[in-house]
Design a protein around this ligand. Structure first.
Ligand code: ZN
Length: 379
């Protein structure tokens, strides 16, 4: 598994550049002054003043280990909030790269990240290191699937859902119930935001799981940000609600957590709450412990991602980028680094990741995408 991922760590080091060293004018004017991380006393002083956290809560945050599944808008906001709040260890898992259309709402990323088409996990790791060097960040450029979920989420006290699809959420729900790991659902589309805490048993605070409320993933096509649009305020509200619930749990206050599926529309002002306080006895997942999604049943090998691209993730095999680049160079423009290879051919762009997963941009037709994959990457 390790060969398929890039695991990058940042631990208590110096910020990567002088520009990120800190807000004080003095150090900007005198380069001889070494970059320092702000003293912990001062850094968290306003948060420790808040009665719900205090010194004890701050220490618990520092000892906490949170995984974020996805690092789009929700993941960028929640990881940024938790890093600033002093959560000690973050695991960030994302399969995508930064594009210009992300910048409207994905708060950790910059125009430079989009120009370089940096993988989001890596771009996030770099920015979080600049925000708080005390936080350890493990960045995984990977698709969370049944084969790697136990490895990637190992050690996490809490998992935050920051994904954009129900396939991954049901997989995560299975994992959470199987291992007794709490997770927090968050979703946003248009001007709508929703969130729900899932605390599996055995716990006196056990809630319903995702499958208690919605036994099956939604069928048919689901609206996405690419089809319905999104307000940056809606997704950042979802992240703020999610991160607040996370902080309650991590500071040992599960009794303070919301026990409903909460949703709100920022544009119309409507909001609703559905009781999720008790598990449903007949639930297949938390009642009968049937982990269909964890077993990988019914997983598509090909998914649509966005308006005009297809993702092929059936080839879980390491790719030699140098060899592939040599092979493709006579046919079109090739750019690659240790994390990904991008190949432009006519009106198509193929982005290949180290585990063989490929996003074909320029077509919404699966057979066309398959053909391009077979032709250039190999089947
Ligand atoms: Zn359930």
């Amino acid at each position: 598994m390790k060969a398929l991922e890039i695991i990058a760590e940042q631990q208590g080091g110096t910020p990567p550049s002088r520009e990120n060293a800190g807000p004080d004018v003095a150090s900007a004017q005198s380069p001889a002054v070494p970059a320092e991380t702000p003293a912990a006393d001062d850094r968290y002083s306003r948060q420790r003043l808040f009665p719900g956290i205090g010194d004890a809560g701050q220490q618990r945050l520092r000892a906490s280990h949170v995984a974020l599944v996805g690092c789009g808008a929700t993941g960028a906001a929640s990881s940024g909030l938790l890093a600033r709040a002093g959560v000690g260890t973050l695991i960030i898992i994302d399969r995508d790269f930064v594009e210009p259309s992300n910048l409207q709402r994905q708060m950790l990323f910059t125009e430079e990240d989009a120009r370089e088409a940096l993988p989001k996990a890596e771009a996030a790791r770099r920015r979080l290191a600049a925000i708080n060097a005390e936080v350890t960040v493990h960045a995984h450029i990977a698709d969370l699937v049944p084969a790697n979920i136990h490895t990637l989420l190992q050690g996490a006290d809490l998992v935050l859902d920051a994904t954009d699809n129900f396939e991954t959420r049901y997989l995560l729900n299975d994992y959470a119930v199987e291992t007794g790991t709490p997770w927090i659902y968050a979703a946003a589309i248009g001007s709508y935001a929703a969130t729900m805490n899932i605390i599996p048993g055995p716990s006196e605070y056990q809630t319903a799981c995702l499958a208690c409320i919605f036994p099956e993933p939604p069928g048919g096509t689901v609206e996405t940000c690419d089809t319905a649009g999104i307000l940056n305020t809606a997704v950042n509200l979802a992240a703020a609600l999610q991160s607040t619930e996370a902080i309650k749990l991590l500071t040992g206050q599960p009794q303070a957590m919301r026990r409903t599926l909460f949703s709100t529309d920022l544009w119309t002002g409507e909001h609703s709450e559905v009781n999720a306080g008790k598990p449903r006895a007949s639930c297949a997942v938390c009642g009968r412990r049937e982990f269909r999604h964890l077993r990988g049943e019914g997983r598509p090998h090909i998914t649509m991602c966005g308006r005009n691209s297809v993702q092929i993730h059936e080839h879980n095999r390491p790719v030699d980028f140098a060899e592939l680049a040599d092979r493709l160079r006579p046919l079109g423009d090739v750019r690659w680094n240790s994390m990904m290879l991008r190949f432009a051919y006519n009106n198509y762009t193929l982005t290949v990741f180290a585990d063989g997963r490929t996003v074909v941009q320029g077509t919404a037709e699966v057979p066309r995408a398959r053909a391009l994959y077979a032709r250039f990457i190999g089947s």
